[in-house]
Design a protein around this ligand. Structure first.
Ligand code: AMP
Ligand code: ZN
Ligand code: ZN
Length: 425
């Protein structure tokens, strides 16, 4: 694990500030103390593929990028799924290192994790291999307010965001954005130092109809308008240029035709193995007595997928050491899904294309977006692609917090920043 520690131009000031108050920042008379950092607003638009930008569907996002910073694209971490990548964005750790190794997991002590199981998503033990930025911020006396970011419902290290909303797909993006705007423009003493907003509309429509669908375009317009209205509220309160905004997605979306599906029962029998996750990254745990049969059956290249022992996956995926990763991992080729036979049959009967992610993060279809805007950023900067582990060091820099040990680096983002802290050795 690479250590990238943000430091310390402000270390002293932070110490002084936190010594003064745990609840809000009290200016000290010391001349070494700088102003408190500008608030940070982190926005995730799930599955907004980098190539969706600049096509006329996202006028407000495009304008924000023109007036601020954008990356050509951002590389998701492996696997290119929602929960692993959202936790990477707020911890700087690869999923292999932060423990949220898939949307569907099995842990010897904890049992099964599924994103639809609120008792699992709210259980801190699933998240406790890492410390998300909102926990560090709260521990330093900063207020945080988080709209349904994966992990925010759990008391990680015993700490929840000061305000948080549980994930509720029935609440439209516009309502969420309004609420976040209210947090950031409310009474000064209650405003969060770190706010976050999550929206899944583009992901939902991408899955149902595919990345090239009109439905995705409509969802982009809706989400773009929601972000636009949030920006307008900030501007009306004189806050727009005082807040550092970081807008990301977790991964892209690939086109899937109805015939490109494999039944997992045709990969391995249920007598021989337990299939821990299906979809694009298929996790397989051989049942007792079947280890070599399953290895013989699965390891290596097949039509439309490849399987490895967990310690032997391609190094560029940084995946395979975490105890939650099952012994064998199969990666589907782009555009192919592995599903239980019943679902696979339904898929073949589907009369139209749909979308999936979870394919090799290096594929253009999996590329995520990155946009930033605000007082910390140089205007009109276009960055070459970087990995999403680098977002966390940026957030720590913006909040003047000491970053926890992580896999990222601020270096790829330095050209977009007006000032960067002295690197720590
Ligand atoms: P996936 O596309 O399978 O990687 O997962 C994305 C889906 O996860 C979204 O469409 C939401 O339905 C769901 N989701 C996102 N955030 C949360 C959350 N905080 N809690 C529960 N479910 C969530
Ligand atoms: Zn996602
Ligand atoms: Zn999705």
């Amino acid at each position: 694990m690479r250590l990238s520690k943000i430091r310390a131009a402000w270390g002293l000031s932070l110490l002084l500030l936190t010594a003064c108050a745990t609840d809000h920042v009290v200016p000290s008379t010391s001349s070494t103390v700088q102003a408190p950092p500008a608030p940070v607003l982190l926005i995730s638009i799930d599955a907004l593929r980098a190539s969706y930008l600049g096509r006329g569907d996202t006028p407000r996002l495009d304008a924000l990028a023109r007036d601020g910073v954008r990356a050509q694209w951002m590389n998701p971490s492996y696997p290119a799924l929602t929960f692993p990548n959202h936790y990477t964005l707020v911890t700087g750790l690869r999923p292999d290192h932060h423990g949220v190794i898939h949307n569907s997991m099995r842990d010897e002590g904890l049992g099964d994790f599924k994103v639809s199981d609120t008792s699992a998503t709210g259980d801190a033990r699933w998240w406790s291999e890492a410390t998300p930025i909102w926990v560090t911020a709260e521990q330093h006396g900063m207020k945080t307010a988080i709209w349904a970011w994966p992990g925010s419902a759990a008391p990680i290290d015993g700490v929840r965001p000061g305000q948080y909303r549980l994930f509720d797909p029935k609440i439209p993006a516009a309502v969420r954005a309004d609420e976040v705007a209210g947090w950031l423009t409310g009474p000064a003493e209650q405003r969060p130092q770190l706010a976050a907003l999550y929206m899944e509309d583009v992901d939902e429509e991408g899955h149902s109809y595919g990345p090239d669908s009109q439905q995705v375009r409509d969802a982009l317009h809706r989400v773009d308008a929601a972000v636009g209205s949030l920006l307008d509220t900030l501007a009306a309160h004189g806050q727009l240029d005082k807040i550092n905004i970081v807008l990301v997605s977790d991964h892209g979306m690939a086109q899937v035709t109805p015939d490109r599906v494999i039944a997992v029962e045709d990969m391995v029998t249920m007598e021989e193995a337990t299939v821990v996750s299906v979809g694009q990254v298929v996790g397989v745990a051989p049942n007792a007595g079947f280890a070599s049969t399953v290895a013989k059956r699965l390891l290596g290249r097949h039509d439309h997928y490849t399987c490895w022992r967990k310690g032997e996956l391609p190094a560029r995926w940084h995946y395979g050491t975490n105890a939650r990763i099952p012994p064998i991992v199969c990666q589907m080729d782009e555009g192919w899904d592995a599903l239980p036979a019943e679902q696979a049959a339904k898929r073949r009967a589907l009369g139209h294309d749909r979308g999936s992610h979870g394919f090799d993060p290096a594929l253009a279809s999996m590329h995520a977006m990155f946009i930033a805007h605000g007082p910390a950023f140089r205007r009109g900067t276009v960055l070459p692609a970087f990995d999403n582990v680098d977002v966390y060091p940026l957030l720590a820099h913006l909040l003047q917090l000491q970053a926890e040990p992580n896999d990222g680096s601020l270096a790829p983002l330095a050209p977009a920043l007006k000032a960067i802290p002295t690197p720590q050795h």
